[in-house]
Design a protein around this ligand. Structure first.
Ligand SMILES: Nc1nc(=O)c2c([nH]1)NC[C@@H]1CN(c3ccc(C(=O)N[C@@H](CCC(=O)O)C(=O)O)cc3)CN21
Ligand SMILES: CC(C)C(=O)C(=O)O
Ligand SMILES: [Mg+2]
Length: 300
């Protein structure tokens, strides 16, 4: 039986290719594209936002069909696709290539996901002007939003991009591009002093117009507090407990395929599914109903 790219049985053979049957180009989409106002509304209502990384057209289309609302073309591709030990070596060209592939996949599948492109190390640190040049490359590759790591010095960069019409996702806590300065992939924001700095940075980023912020390896009480304190900036947690507006995982991690040891915040959703699409659906369901992440495993 022919399968279309989203893993469903094809209903007609009108769009057959040697590799399977594509949905007809004219098929009306029943879902509305995810927009920034929709993400804001989910945050306001407390409906959990789901995000997964994807690096290619097919996985992006399957994640979209599984109901994942946001797809991040993460610079984690440097680790999971390129085999690096960190994300530091990833270039803007690499990010543009994968962003274009994902954007094409979503277009072909008539996907509705919100597409976020990660600005890689070295592509926004030099100046606001460098940042907007780099962000433009990812937007022209098909991203709807760009993400950049760090707080404090990034505030004016975020404001510059947002004022020029580029939606921005910030990223606080463990910022993998600065792993060498942080001394390893470890929890951030522990203790009152570090928590106060993160809170200040998060408020500045919201005020600068960041409409999302990834909180990576942050103590659960701190990320829950930030989520309540930032009504205009949806918090997306990874190893940050269940109190955030949404969750993100690296695609390969949640499918149980890896080159080494997984971070302990990862859950392998293939163990409760019989297909990749099923695993993604299980992830969406678990985030929506609050059963992922799990308090015991994901508290720092
Ligand atoms: N496959 C993959 N998954 C990710 O979540 C991920 C990437 N790659 N690449 C970019 C960053 C790097 N991240 C990482 C990488 C390693 C750990 C890790 O080893 N954590 C250990 C040690 C914690 C500690 O020392 O306190 C853990 O047990 O969670 C965590 C996050 C998260 N991101
Ligand atoms: C882990 C997420 C948040 C990320 O930045 C990436 O995949 O690069
Ligand atoms: Mg990243």
């Amino acid at each position: 039986m022919a399968l279309n790219p989203t893993g469903e049985q094809a209903s007609s053979a009108t769009n057959a290719t040697p590799y399977g049957t594509l949905p007809p180009a004219s098929a009306p989409s029943t879902r509305k594209p995810i927009s920034l106002p929709r993400i804001q509304e989910m945050h306001t209502r407390g409906e959990k936002i789901t995000m997964l990384t994807a690096y290619d057209a097919t996985f992006a289309a399957v994640a979209d069909a599984a109901g994942v609302e946001c797809i991040l073309v993460g610079d984690s591709l440097g680790m999971v696709c390129q085999g690096r030990h960190s994300t530091v070596g990833v270039t803007l060209e690499d990010m543009a290539y994968h962003t274009e592939s994902v954007a094409r996949g979503l277009r072909r599948a008539q996907g509705t996901a919100w597409l976020i492109g990660d600005l890689p190390f070295g592509s926004y640190q030099e100046s606001k002007e460098q940042a907007i040049r780099s962000a433009s490359v990812l937007m022209q590759a098909g991203a709807h939003m760009v993400k950049l790591e760090g707080g404090g010095w990034t505030t004016e960069v975020v404001q510059f991009l947002v004022q020029r019409g580029i939606p921005v996702c910030a990223h606080l806590g463990l910022t993998p591009q600065t792993v060498h300065a942080l001394g390893g992939y470890r929890v951030q924001g522990r203790g009152d002093a570090a928590a106060d700095i993160m809170k200040k940075q998060a408020h500045e980023l919201q005020d600068a117009g960041a409409s999302m912020v990834v909180l990576e390896m942050v103590p659960a009480p701190l990320s829950a507090e930030l989520t309540r304190e930032l009504p205009h900036c949806a918090t997306i947690g990874i190893g940050a407990g269940k109190g955030t507006a949404g969750q993100v995982l690296v695609l390969h991690d949640m499918l149980g395929v890896n080159l080494g040891k997984n971070p302990k915040f990862v859950r392998n959703f293939m163990l409760e599914a019989t297909s990749i699409r099923g695993a993604m659906e299980a992830y969406v369901a678990a985030v929506k109903n609050g059963s992922f992440p799990d308090d015991a495993v994901h508290a720092w």
